[in-house]
Design a protein around this ligand. Sequence first.
Ligand code: NAI
Ligand code: MG
Length: 398
Amino acid sequence: MAVRTIVALPGDGIGVVVLNEALRVLNAAGFEAEYEFGDIGWEFWCKEGNPLPKRTLDLIEKHKIALFGAITSKPNEEAKAELSPDLQGKGFTYSSPIVGLRQHFNLDICVRPCKSYKGNPLNFVRRGKDNTLDEPLVDVVIFRQNTECLYAGVEWTNPPKQVYEAFMTHPKFAANFGKVPVEEISLSTRIFTRRATLRILEAAFEYALKYGYKSVTVCEKPNVIRETSGLMWKLAKEIQKNSYPGIKLLNTNIDAQMMWLTKNPEDYGVIVAGNMFGDIASDGFAGLIGGLGFACSAQFSSDGIAVFEPTHGSAPKYADFEVSIVNPIAMVESACMMLDYLGEDNISSRIRKAVSDVIEEGKVMTYDMMKMSGHPDVINKGAASTTQMADAIIEKLN
Ligand code: NAI
Ligand code: MG
């Protein structure tokens, strides 16, 4: 069989370091692949005026699968100032390449598992009965619709005449905002389509079925946001009734879910939400399992493109340390999601077991796990470097 090719997108800052360590772990675990490295990120913005060059899109289109580190984004004015002098003033505008990737390939399904490792000193604990400490193990997988909702970018300040007039036909807009001068109105629209909502719901139920989760929870706010949240809840009920009667369907409001986050996180399995609330819920649950050093994700399109990445960014503060201190586990976990997708479950379970053994043993911990603040001298104080953590995982594989 031909060896498969994975597009490796290191990006910026710590993205480069963690991706490199994850590739070492994949190799050590016996995963056979070739990697084609793609250009993405700040360097290509500065040199070419495009942080996501067409050659990179073509590469992903060709191989259909990418493992991505992280990129640096900056506000447009700052970005323009850093363009190479020969490109300045030529009308280049910056936009985030990760958002660009999502839009270009319509990566509409985002999966963010939040699973605690036993023994992780960053695990959430709560007060139990008789003043004991409880450490509920969280195993939640968030399905976030990744392309619509408030993140679709359909928004205006001082909306154009046709838009304003259309809004004025809505009695609630006319009554509550009709007297506000139009130039004082900012509008961000929350758009859900039936097709994309069905896709994220189907993906969530299918995952629950495949991996044996007992419930799917729609985390929106249908009692107030009746059209969009309401659509998701209505479709979820239909799908559950028609195709997944064995899986329990729950409904929580995002605000209440954030309150329950610390009360009973172990009671949730698969959670599905629109873009905004999915973003909030996934950060909330990620906090319970150790935060950014542990939060992984996958994104899928309807035509077979898959991108795997940690949810953290490029952490520029730590990017130039002589010895890298950041935790590679989120990136390694993202690589495991890629292995699951490729049907290499044997290799992914071996890697996850190795990670779990390192954490439970507690001898090798990165600075975040030791609750230190990030500084080069954490290494002298006993924290493991990024490479030492990857080495410890590799050692447990053998
Ligand atoms: P960040 O996620 O890069 O870092 C925030 C803080 O989290 C760090 O200072 C560090 O304390 C901690 N952290 C992050 N990754 C860690 C790891 N692997 N191990 C241990 N600790 C870790 O977010 P920030 O500082 O808001 O953004 C930095 C840059 O990254 C910005 O330019 C931002 O636009 C970009 N960004 C890119 C993302 C992506 O590529 N998907 C996602 C989020 C931010
Ligand atoms: Mg976020």
